[in-house]
Design a protein around this ligand. Sequence first.
Ligand SMILES: [Mg+2]
Length: 218
Amino acid sequence: MSKITTVIFDMDGVLVDAREWHYEALNKALALFGVRISRADHLSAYDGLPTRAKLEMLSKEHTLPRGLHNIISELKQLYTMQIVNAHCRPTFSHELALSRLANDGYKLGLASNAVRESVHSMMRLTSLYDYFSLILSNEDVKKSKPDPEIYLTAMERLKIKPEECLIVEDNQNGIKAACASGAHVLPVRDPTDVTLTRLQRAIAACEGKKGLLLETAL
Ligand SMILES: [Mg+2]
């Protein structure tokens, strides 16, 4: 029977409520070129994807010239970092959860579709950085989520099997990637769902089983 040895967290929407920040930063950059992603489109299709994938969708569906992708990506990152530095702060419940899990001997990992600069800055600003044995960004893989590559890479680097691993994810692209990796998956609605009690219950529910997709209400 496999015990859960490792918990891998997504970042945006799980440990940091950055979804609004990414949405605002990208729309601020797009506004310079007369383009905007509606909130409905963001929530139904764009949320959780890397900026490059969002820009590619905008070029296919709204004729955004591909020659603008680099400058929009750079501006989006600049605006994201301004918002992150102004608003990203530690959350007591997350510090408590991660410190207790680490103290109980669980390995902790982070696997995010965001770029490395954003991931590292946000984890330092929330004081969570030092709890992780491994931090992967979209710059560490060829295919970002919903492809499972980032989770498969994380499990390989942490030397664990999928049945030993619980992944915490918040949106459809991330949950699809996590399920395809064969690990257990705890879906959460937002960072307030990520508590020590819920993580401990999820770990207990998965132990000894093959990859499970748990109930959000757990
Ligand atoms: Mg997410």
